[in-house]
Design a protein around this ligand. Sequence first.
Ligand SMILES: C[S@@+](CC[C@H](N)C(=O)[O-])C[C@H]1O[C@@H](n2cnc3c(N)ncnc32)[C@H](O)[C@@H]1O
Length: 216
Amino acid sequence: MEDHIIRVKDPCKPLEFDLSRPLEVEVGCGKGRFLTSRAKLNPDCDFLGIERMLERVRLFDGKCRRESIDNAKVLRLEALYTFHYLLPLHHIRTVYVFFPDPWPKKKHHSHRLFGPLFRTALWKRLEKGGKIEFATDHREYFEEVVEGFASDTRFEAIEPMPRPKEVWTEFETMFREQGLPIYSAAWRALDVEEYELEPLRIPPEAEPREGIVRRT
Ligand SMILES: C[S@@+](CC[C@H](N)C(=O)[O-])C[C@H]1O[C@@H](n2cnc3c(N)ncnc32)[C@H](O)[C@@H]1O
């Protein structure tokens, strides 16, 4: 069986997708527990995980091979760049962002995924009416994200998806076992005026970083 890892040959060329099929995308999909189980339940939809840690990408791939899942793939790349340049226009049905790194120290907040640049690229990739589902254990980050969407006229808040045990990710399982509260929210992309994406300019202090994230 072919592997499930997308290899980007030209980082300036948008990836190709079968546009006759719906697409769901998970940012920071980790080892893929959530996305692979959704892929098994929804064979008529394609699923893409975006994950920058190689080891987790390999585990995602291994899971797809063992369980013969042929409608899920994983891309080892930074999410903001991927949304800005590589995903199809207004095609994604749902984007899931579960337990993104919270970068708890103030001096690291610029590394957080959610911000104006991500929302701007996200709206261009979601189909009109497409959804974004978000969950985190980090209250302060949650409030910041909710505030950002509330001030953005391209999105409206909707009821988040239910969170029974079957949809828990690896991190959600760990946090719930520790008794931590989980905060979740969701939004829909509205049919507003179209715009072009400007070339991505990331300030040096916000450059993507790998590393250990200390939870304080
Ligand atoms: C805290 S973990 C959560 C993993 C998974 N969503 C879960 O809930 O079990 C965050 C994941 O997002 C990945 N990640 C963080 N920032 C990313 C980015 N900008 N682009 C792609 N992956 C990212 C990390 O490598 C890590 O696997």
